[in-house]
Design a protein around this ligand. Structure first.
Ligand code: CP
Length: 335
């Protein structure tokens, strides 16, 4: 009987052994040239939303391992896809994910998907139905390139960056804070970071304005991971409180899940918190604190130029680490 493919929808799809192996291999791959782990292999990448880092770094990772990429963008290279089981397809979508996944699995050795977000209701988007439909119907590994709930590829690079900067992560203080942006991201990167950090035994201090609480189930799961690893999560802090004593400050602007389906209300809610910005004075309250951010970052709105262009910023190292961590992941998944 054929073995089921290994998918990566969230970090929980990697056990502790696989996660350590990928991070150690990432560090080795940074130093090694002439790699050939993907020679003769093709990876299909499907984007239903824009991307700069994920698209470029994953494509570079495949090519640098000797493989090839088929890169497809929804609505320009192909059409809308239906994901509901048993639907009568008389609407806009002329093809079902079931058929697209089955066909593409015959051309490529793995599929990487950045699915769309409906933005209609968090209770629906949090189910990640589209990425799960791809994983259900593909017969090759499916990698999540950022769904509504998770961004596992970002968290691998985040863990690598944290390890490079701090060494053993157990007991290390990490501030995770919301920052203002007129175009906030989904909370996916922060959800994956919380799981990664709590699983690693870090002491996470979370700050955001009222109304910007993260997904309740994700937070409960993170707390559970902390109970097993010795990590802790302190919630509902003010910005300064979270940063005080932190070795690393991780900033991100995420959408309010309270006003998720109401852009007008969401904009008015956000406009009350424009002072949630990272500057040098704030970072000085940490323990020689460094700044991380998944990017894109709005300069002088989310973080000041002084911080971004100064010695505290780890942003370019963090973005650079997308490459070796994804090379290691590909080598692990396609072994
Ligand atoms: N951090 C991240 O995923 O960046 P992109 O959206 O540019 O891929």
């Amino acid at each position: 009987m054929a073995r089921s493919p290994r998918h990566l929808i969230s970090l929980s799809d990697l056990d502790d052994g696989a996660l350590d192996e990928i991070l150690e291999l990432s560090a080795r791959l940074k130093r090694r040239t002439g790699r050939n782990e993907l020679v003769g292999k093709t990876i299909g990448m499907l984007f239903f939303r824009g991307s700069l880092r994920t698209r470029a770094s994953l494509e570079a990772a495949v090519v640098q391992l000797g493989g090839n990429v088929i890169n497809l963008t929804a609505m320009s290279d192909f059409w809308e896809l239906e994901e509901r089981e048993g639907s009568v397809m008389d609407g806009r979508a002329p093809e079902h994910i079931k058929d697209a996944a089955a066909v593409l699995s015959r051309y490529v050795h793995a599929l990487a998907i950045r699915p769309p977000q409906t933005g209609n209701a968090w209770e629906i988007d949090r189910r990640d139905e589209r990425i799960r439909a791809w994983a259900k119907h593909a017969t090759v590994p499916v990698m999540n390139m950022e769904s509504s709930l998770w961004h596992p590829l970002q968290s691998l690079a985040d863990l690598l960056t944290l390890r490079e900067h701090l060494g053993d992560l157990r007991g290390q203080p990490l501030a995770v804070t919301w920052v203002h942006s007129p175009t906030p991201a989904s909370p996916s990167a922060v959800h994956s970071l919380l799981h990664a950090a709590l699983r690693s035994g870090m002491h996470v201090r979370l700050a955001h304005p009222p109304g910007f609480e993260l997904d309740g189930t994700v937070v409960s799961e993170a707390e559970e991971l902390g109970r097993a690893s010795g990590g802790t999560l302190t919630k509902d802090l003010a910005l300064e409180e979270a940063v005080r004593g932190a070795r690393v400050v991780y900033a991100r602007s995420w959408q309010s899940l309270e006003t998720y389906a109401n852009p007008t209300l969401a904009a008015s809610q956000r406009s009350r918190h424009t002072s949630w910005r990272i500057d040098e004075k704030l970072l000085a309250q940490g323990q020689d604190a460094r700044l991380m951010h998944a990017m894109p970052v709005r300069r002088n709105v989310e973080v000041t130029d002084e911080v971004l262009d100064g010695p505290r910023s780890l942003l370019y190292e963090q973005a650079a680490n997308r490459l070796p961590s994804q090379m290691a992941l590909l080598a692990n998944l396609l072994r």
